[in-house]
Ligand binder design. Structure first.
Ligand code: BES
Ligand code: MN
Ligand code: ZN
Length: 493
């Protein structure tokens, strides 16, 4: 079972340490806590610069609590980002100083519910640690609790709701591929979502064979861990008949490349290749947990791309669910194959107004956009703009990439309807370009407003950010939820 450590929010404890905050600018303690004069005097006498990542530990005695002052950086910069980051640095301070539990100032002291909510979200996201199979599940000292006013519990619940979905997605991405197989992933997805009233169906290999998902099966056939397809429905507006959106997530629990095998150091990262799947599952969890008034479906093709005698060979031609034949020029371009069948399943069974797929599709997008932006390809400008707005709100920004009819030849094949790599041997990039991946998927999404988000660079962070430490980021969970929220209020188009 994939599990992780995180902080708890409580309102009934009296811990020995109180956390306070200070910003650069006024140089004063933020808020009206009774401990403020003592903390202000201490930061002056210590000449404390309240930058992000700095803290001051003020020891108390039997009568006075210990005070922990956390810097929040310069005033006037983006408040949400500042409080998120400060929440993370609070957790770092607790880890370093071995403080299990601190009391936080109230929401009014911090300047309102948004500030408190961002602070708590940052703390919850940074306290996340995957629990693994070693003797101490999470090594090192881990903080346990943040104590808040009971009146503020509603803001804590909101921070908890959002961070739980993001942390679950991160834990799945970090879980090793021998533990998170397609079968296990499908089971865990079902139990995480059913709790929120999402209805989940899982198709196994026999049903997929029957259905005709030849592209997905060609990828997953050679693994002892056979493919699955998860279909999760949230009908938040049952009075309306149609489906507003389908999210399709790439769920490769491991991508060795197949016969076009990967080498080190890339291959050992490839347990992360179900990052798109984790994002769409997290997004529907968020939608359901806030009772979003939209009707959405999530489709997750899951498989493992490894090698045995049944492996697809470069040059094989397979028949996809859509009926289009595909030349598998390169077995390592497997993401687009499984997504093609997922997109077709969504369109044929749900006729959604929008289809958005999200995938760790190409190393190239990481080379171009690095870890800050995910690549966005879209057939529709309204959809592209709405997704980019949602990305900004969520702090998960997108950068739009070209998708033009002049590039149709990129996926031409001499022997099949479409090539997964591109038959043309022009200089440089071949089918490895993220453009070719998007052009391939476009063939399966035609006729529907569709967007493709390539998160190969953003699903895993090598550096700390306001929302995550090094490791899985959960990129896409909050972005898709915010896009849906926009759609709900009529802004999605
Ligand atoms: N899962 C990989 C994408 C990837 C590669 C992510 C490297 C992060 C780092 C995907 O299935 C893949 O192998 N893509 C190939 C495509 C190529 C064979 C057309 C790539 O990007 O090299
Ligand atoms: Mn691959
Ligand atoms: Zn892959």
């Amino acid at each position: 079972m994939t599990s992780w450590h995180t902080l708890m929010m409580v309102s009934h404890e009296t811990p020995s340490t109180t956390a306070l905050f200070a910003a650069r600018g006024s140089g004063e303690i933020i808020g009206a806590d009774p401990q403020r004069p003592r903390a202000s005097a201490a930061i002056r006498s210590a000449d404390f610069a309240p930058d992000q990542g700095r803290w001051l530990d003020i020891v108390g005695d039997d009568a006075l609590p210990r005070l922990l002052v956390v810097g929040t950086g310069a005033e006037g910069t983006d408040t949400t980002e500042r409080w998120l980051a400060a929440g993370g640095h609070l957790v770092d301070a607790m880890r370093t100083l071995r403080i299990a539990s601190v009391r936080l100032p109230g929401c009014d002291d911090l300047g309102g519910p948004d500030a408190l909510q961002s602070l708590l979200t940052g703390a919850l996201l940074h306290s996340y640690r995957l629990e693994q199979g070693r003797s101490d599940a999470v090594p090192g000292f881990q903080p346990e609790r943040l104590v808040i006013n009971s009146a503020d519990m509603v803001h804590a619940e909101e921070a908890q709701r959002v961070s739980e979905a993001i942390n679950r997605a991160r834990a799945w991405v970090e879980q090793p591929a021998n533990l998170l197989t397609p079968a296990v992933f499908a089971d865990e997805a079902a139990s995480a979502l059913e709790r929120h009233g999402v209805s989940v169906r899982v198709l196994g290999p026999a049903e997929l064979e029957e259905l005709g998902t030849g592209a997905l099966l060609a990828v997953g056939r050679s693994s002892e861990h056979e493919p699955r397809m998860v279909i999760a429905e949230w009908r938040g507006d049952p009075a309306r008949e149609g489906w507003d959106a389908a999210f399709v997530g790439k769920g490769l629990t491991f991508d060795a490349g197949g016969l076009n095998i990967k080498t080190r150091p890339i291959i050992e990262k490839m347990k992360f290749d179900m990052g798109g799947a984790a994002s769409v599952l997290g997004a529907i969890e968020l939608a359901a947990s806030r009772k979003a008034r939209t009707n959405i479906v999530v489709i997750v093709p899951m498989a493992e791309n490894v090698i045995d005698g049944r492996s697809a060979r470069p040059g094989d031609v397979v028949r996809s669910l859509a009926g289009l034949t595909v030349e598998i020029v390169n077995t390592d371009a497997e993401g687009r194959l499984v997504l093609a069948d997922g997109i077709t399943y969504a369109i044929e069974n749900y006729a959604p107004a929008y289809v958005v797929d999200i995938a760790t599709l190409t190393g190239m997008i990481a080379g171009v956009l690095h870890e800050e932006f995910a690549g966005l390809y879209a057939s529709d400008a309204g959809l592209a703009n709405a997704l980019m707005r949602a990305g900004e709100v969520a702090g998960e920004p997108l950068w739009r990439m070209p998708l033009s009819a002049s590039q149709d030849y990129l996926v031409d094949s001499a022997v099949a309807d479409v090539s997964n790599f591109g038959a043309v041997g022009f200089l440089g990039v071949g089918g490895g370009s993220s453009t070719a991946g998007a052009k391939f998927l476009e063939r399966f999404a035609h006729g529907t407003k569709w967007a493709h988000i390539d998160i190969a660079g953003t699903a895993w962070a090598t550096r700390r950010t306001a929302r995550s430490g090094p490791g899985a980021t959960g990129f896409g969970v909050f972005l898709l939820d915010r896009w849906l929220a926009g759609l709900e209020s009529g802004l999605g188009d």
